[in-house]
Design a protein around this ligand. Structure first.
Ligand code: PRT
Ligand code: ZN
Length: 283
């Protein structure tokens, strides 16, 4: 039985639950639950505040967890990062009041910077050899300059609208973050096996999302050219059509290029092109 911690509520909750459910795992996730055993997989889901997850994973209270990279870096815990999950994307930036001039990091010298992420900020300042006064506060960091409590802030930014509505502008991006799957430094063989099965399922889903299934009819004399456009997983499947001189071709195409490939296929004489989503894909 593997124990995995996910955020109890907040920005990572929905995507974390969806990630596990898409991997075929069934469990309850009602808001007042603290733990929930999966009914069809040797997994127990523990619901925690995101700030606690790195420590619980490091200490072996849970075996794995889903947490923002920003939180992991701030907590400085020793864990394995097994996967980058592609959700919870944000950046951590230094922002100044719109009216404060800024020419480069040197302008941060001796400023009072408010943040909930002291460790990450201090690392950055040290790396740049800048002395500034770091004020650690637990919330509403963006209000501190207008209250006269700080000259600058260091905080999470995603759309930037919070900064904008507080009269602030982003001047340095220190970190780009997304949700990570982490695990303890040492796991038993049995737990590692469950984790590998989970990773396999997550990978199959991710591959499927990044690809489309494509079917088309091709004139035999243009087949080589069309096959070159569609390398597929190994090579495309080609089947003869009843109509002489034509065949049907099945393949997969990468999501990010599929419109370009479609245009090229049309130009190469392909007809009756069908593109379908893929549910799972194992390479
Ligand atoms: O209760 P718990 O401690 O578990 O949750 P929390 O309140 O500490 O965290 P939560 O749920 O707000 O965020 C969890 C994680 O989501 C963070 O650690 C990040 O990894 C990630 N994430 C992604 C974000 C954002 N985007 C984000 N925009 N976390 C916070 N924000 C804040 C940001 O600070 C700003 O104040 O959202 C506000 C809006 O951002 P803009 O730029 O879109 O206006
Ligand atoms: Zn938190």
């Amino acid at each position: 039985m593997l124990r995995i911690a996910i955020q109890k509520s907040g920005r990572l909750f929905d995507d974390s639950v969806a990630l596990l459910r898409d991997a075929g795992i069934t469990f309850g996730s009602s808001p007042n639950r603290l733990r929930s055993p999966a009914t069809n997989f040797p997994l127990e889901i523990i619901f925690l505040r995101d700030d606690d997850i790195p420590e619980y994973v490091e200490g072996g209270v849970v075996d794995a967890g889903i947490v923002g990279e920003n939180v992991l870096l701030e907590k400085r815990k020793t864990v394995q990062v097994l996967d980058r999950l592609g959700f919870g994307a944000c950046r951590m930036s230094i922002a100044l009041p719109k009216t404060t001039p800024y020419a480069g990091v040197q302008d941060l010298k001796n400023l009072r910077i408010a943040t909930s992420y002291r460790v990450i900020l201090e690392d950055f300042l040290q790396q740049k050899n800048i002395h500034a006064e770091v004020h650690e506060i637990s919330g509403a960091v963006e209000l501190t300059p207008s209250l006269g409590l700080a000259d600058a802030i260091f905080d999470i930014v995603s759309t930037g609208s919070t900064l904008l509505s507080n009269g602030l502008r982003e001047v340095e991006t220190v970190l780009r973050s997304e949700a990570l799957l982490i695990a303890g430094p040492v796991l038993s063989a049995e737990k590692q096996d469950v984790l590998d099965r989970l990773l396999f399922r997550m990978q199959a889903n991710r591959n499927a999302k990044g690809h489309r299934y494509i079917l088309l009819n091709a004139p035999n004399d243009r087949l080589d050219e069309i096959v070159r456009l569609l390398p597929g997983m190994k090579s495309p499947t080609v089947l003869p059509l009843v109509t002489p001189g034509w065949c049907s071709l099945h393949s997969v195409v990468r999501e990010e290029v599929f419109w370009d490939v479609l245009e090229q296929l049309k130009a190469a004489g392909a007809q009756g092109i069908l593109v379908a989503p893929i549910e799972r894909m194992i390479l």
